[in-house]
Design a protein around this ligand. Structure first.
Ligand code: FO1
Length: 332
C-alpha cells in the first residue's frame, strides 16, 4: 500500500467523536485541501447563552491536533476553573465547558449574533487552527435533534450528556430539517464530478448521520452524486466501539449488526466497510462489502482504514459501467 499522499478529492459525512477518527485518517492520507467534511449540527444547542456546535468542534479540534485523546471531545490542554466557579454559584454544570474551549463558544455566539453564517465562522476557525480541509456544517439553518424517550421528548444534549443515554429511545426527530437548506458548498461538493469518493464515517447512524441526511438538499445531492458513496459500519461484533449505538438499535427494535447498518443506508450507499470479525454477515448483505479492521485505536489504524476506504471507492468507481450509478441507487 502506498504511503504517499493521494490527490483524490473526498467528502466525509461525519458526526462527532467516532466519525472524527476516520476524518483524521482521511485528512492525514490525503493531499492538503482535498478533504471536505460535512458535519452534523443536530447536536447544536444554546447553553448558558452560548451557541455550542459540539460535532463541528470535535472535527476542528481533532484535525488540528488539539482534541483531548481520552474524551474525544474538547481540548487536551484544558482547565476547568469556569465550570468550578459556575457550580459554586449554582449554575448548570452538567455540560462541561473547559476554559479554553469556552473561547470558541463565546466567539461563535458573538459572530452568529452579528449575522455571520455558521459555515463562514467555522471556515475562519479552521484557517486559524491551520487546518487544510474544508469543515462545513450540513446547514446554516438550525436543525435540532430531539429524542423521543421513555421520559418524553428530550433535546439531544439533555438525552446524551445529562441523562447519559439512559432513557429508552422510541424515535428520533430532527426539528427544522425539512425546511433547512443544505449548506451550499456542502451540496456542491457532494454533487461535484471532481469528487472521487464520499465517505459516511462510522458515526452513530441514527443520532449523528441521520440529521445530515434529513436535510432534503443534502440527501438529494447524495442521491445524485457521481462519486461512489462508501459507509463504514460503526458496529463490530454486535457492539458499538463506544457510545450508545448498539443500545439505541435494540431500543428501536433492530439487531445491532452491520447487516442492519447496510439496510439503514440502502438506496444511498454503493459499498459498506465492515470489520473482518463480522465477515460472516457479508454474504447476507446485498451490497459490495470491504472487510477491513474498523477499530481505530491510534493514528496508524485511522490512516490504514482511510486508505482501505479510498482503495475500495476507487475499485467501485473503476468497476462501474456507464449508467451503473443510477440503476444501482434507484433499484433500492
Ligand atoms: N460530552 C459529554 O459526554 N459530556 C460533556 O460534558 C460534554 C461537553 C462538551 C463540551 C463541548 C463540546 O464540543 C462537546 C462536549 N461533549 C460532551 C460532547 C458532545 O456531547 C457531543 O455532542 C457528543 O459526543 C455526540 O457527538
Amino acid at each position: 500500500m502506498s504511503t504517499s499522499r493521494c490527490t483524490t478529492r473526498v467528502v466525509a459525512v461525519c458526526g462527532g467523536v467516532g466519525g472524527a477518527k476516520l476524518a483524521l485518517g482521511l485528512y492525514r492520507v490525503l493531499a492538503p485541501d482535498t478533504l471536505t467534511v460535512v458535519g452534523n449540527t443536530g447536536d447544536d444547542f444554546e447553553h448558558l447563552g452560548l451557541h455550542i456546535s459540539p460535532d463541528l468542534d470535535t472535527v476542528l479540534y481533532t484535525l488540528s491536533g488539539l482534541a483531548d485523546r481520552e474524551r474525544g471531545w474538547g481540548r487536551s490542554d484544558e482547565s476547568w476553573d469556569f465550570m468550578e466557579a459556575l457550580a459554586e454559584l449554582g449554575g448548570e454544570d452538567w455540560f462541561r465547558l473547559g476554559d479554553r474551549d469556552l473561547a470558541l463558544h463565546v466567539l461563535r455566539t458573538q459572530r452568529l449574533r452579528e449575522s455571520t453564517a455558521l459555515s463562514a465562522f467555522t471556515a475562519g476557525i479552521a484557517r486559524r487552527l491551520g487546518i487544510h480541509a474544508r469543515i462545513l456544517p450540513m446547514s446554516d439553518d438550525p436543525v435540532r435533534t430531539i429524542v423521543d424517550t421513555s421520559e418524553g421528548l428530550l433535546p439531544f444534549q439533555r438525552y446524551f450528556v445529562q441523562r447519559r443515554c439512559e432513557p429508552t429511545v422510541r424515535r428520533i426527530l430532527f426539528d427544522g430539517a425539512a425546511t433547512a437548506r443544505g449548506q451550499a458548498d456542502a451540496v456542491a461538493a457532494l454533487r461535484s464530478h471532481a469528487t472521487d469518493a464520499i465517505v459516511i464515517c462510522p458515526s452513530n447512524p441514527y443520532l449523528s448521520v441521520d440529521p445530515i441526511l434529513a436535510v432534503p438538499t443534502i440527501r438529494a445531492a447524495l442521491k445524485a452524486a457521481s462519486a461512489p458513496i462508501i459507509a463504514v459500519s460503526p458496529i463490530i461484533g454486535g457492539q458499538a466501539v463506544k457510545g450508545p449505538t448498539a443500545k439505541i438499535m435494540a431500543e428501536l427494535g433492530v439487531e445491532a449488526t452491520s447487516a442492519t447498518i447496510a439496510a439503514h443506508y440502502a438506496g444511498l450507499i454503493d459499498g459498506l466497510v465492515i470489520d473482518p470479525s463480522d465477515g460472516a454477515e457479508a454474504a447476507t448483505i446485498k451490497l459490495p462489502i470491504e472487510l477491513a479492521p474498523t477499530l481505530m485505536r491510534d493514528l496508524d489504524d485511522r490512516k490504514t482504514l482511510a486508505r482501505r476506504v479510498l482503495d475500495f471507492a476507487a475499485r467501485l468507481a473503476s468497476e462501474r459501467a456507464p449508467g451503473y450509478r443510477a440503476v444501482h441507487r434507484e433499484a433500492r
